[in-house]
Design a protein. Structure first.
Length: 311
């Protein structure tokens, strides 16, 4: 087994077979957004095509996601901290800088504009995100890490003043996007480059960074394909563990009503991750698909029916 240590505690990566030089955490976001997304993530975790997931607490279908997560303690679940989807858990009157006139979170463009104007109050973000973390813990789910919907925790004014204190308090690692970026066809991956720059600006050498996981700046979103996955893995440094953020789903009516613009892409990602070709690509590139999280406490390990090893 390989163990890594940060200021936030000790974290385990599952053992790797002979010949594997690195680990790949295949992490699914948006657990709780729609039934088809929930089903795709649940099937992926059970089959091993997905090795970790994060729960969107305020999502319209978060309740069944929480119930499933609490009943499957051998899997790793993080908190998908949310400021741009649906409604806050706290009363809108308690977080006025985060909501519109209807009491709903702002969509990302409006949120970023308000943030740039200095009108997002970090104390309100701290209170709301603390409530979201508490809701997952109250459901009996052990939290393995923190990340955020649309990566808003990487904004410099929120990372240092909100995300790091929360991670320190709850003793869990934070997602950082400091891994490789590759082209999207003929063009550079602008979003990936911006995420890398945001990470370097928000957390330059910060001790809260978990040193054992490096998030790829480029995800499979857009045109998920073996070619893009191959390019990413080819840019990875030997011996490191990387996090590949994925968004699998099965298109359904609820997802369509949510206004999600990535319905077809979610299905393509699900098929790609489930394919023998993807697993062979990971193996041939010298990586093993692994889980990354805190060691299981004895009670959770017993509930999982095993010795605490992740899939």
């Amino acid at each position: 087994r390989i163990r890594a240590r940060s200021m936030l505690g000790r974290y385990r990566v599952t053992g790797r077979p002979a010949g594997a030089s690195g680990g790949l955490v295949v992490h699914a976001d948006d657990f709780g957004l729609a039934p088809g997304i929930n089903l795709a993530i649940e099937e992926g975790l059970e089959s091993g095509s997905v090795t970790s997931a994060s729960i969107l607490v305020g999502g319209p279908h978060a309740a069944p996601a929480l119930a499933w997560a609490s009943g499957h303690p051998r899997h790793d679940f993080g908190v998908h901290l949310n400021l741009t989807q649906g409604t806050p858990l706290l009363a809108p009157a308690l977080v006025p800088s985060l909501v519109d006139r209807r009491g709903r979170f702002l969509r990302l463009p409006r949120f970023l504009l308000r943030y740039a104007l200095g009108r997002i109050r970090p104390q309100e973000v701290l209170s709301e995100w603390g409530e979201q973390i508490g809701a997952i813990r109250a459901a009996g789910v052990v939290i393995s890490h923190l990340d955020s919907h649309q990566h808003v925790h990487l904004l410099p004014g929120l990372f240092r003043t909100v995300a790091v204190p929360l991670a320190t308090t709850h003793r869990v690692p934070l997602r950082v996007m400091d891994g490789p970026v590759c082209r999207r066809g003929m063009w550079p991956d602008v979003k990936g480059l911006l995420l890398i720059l945001a990470t370097r600006s928000a957390a330059p050498g910060h001790a809260a960074r978990p040193p054992s996981a490096h998030g790829f700046g480029t995800s499979l979103m857009g045109r998920p394909s073996l070619r893009r996955a191959r390019r990413l893995l080819a840019r990875a440094s030997p011996g490191r563990t990387y996090e590949l953020v994925v968004h699998p789903g099965i298109p359904d009516a609820d997802l369509a009503r949510s206004g999600d613009g990535y319905r077809k892409g979610r299905e393509l990602e699900r098929r790609l991750l489930d394919s023998d070709e993807f697993r062979a690509l990971v193996r041939n590139a010298g990586f093993e698909m692994v889980s990354l999280g805190p060691p299981l406490p004895p009670r959770r390990r017993a509930a999982a029916g095993g010795n605490g090893a992740h899939p």
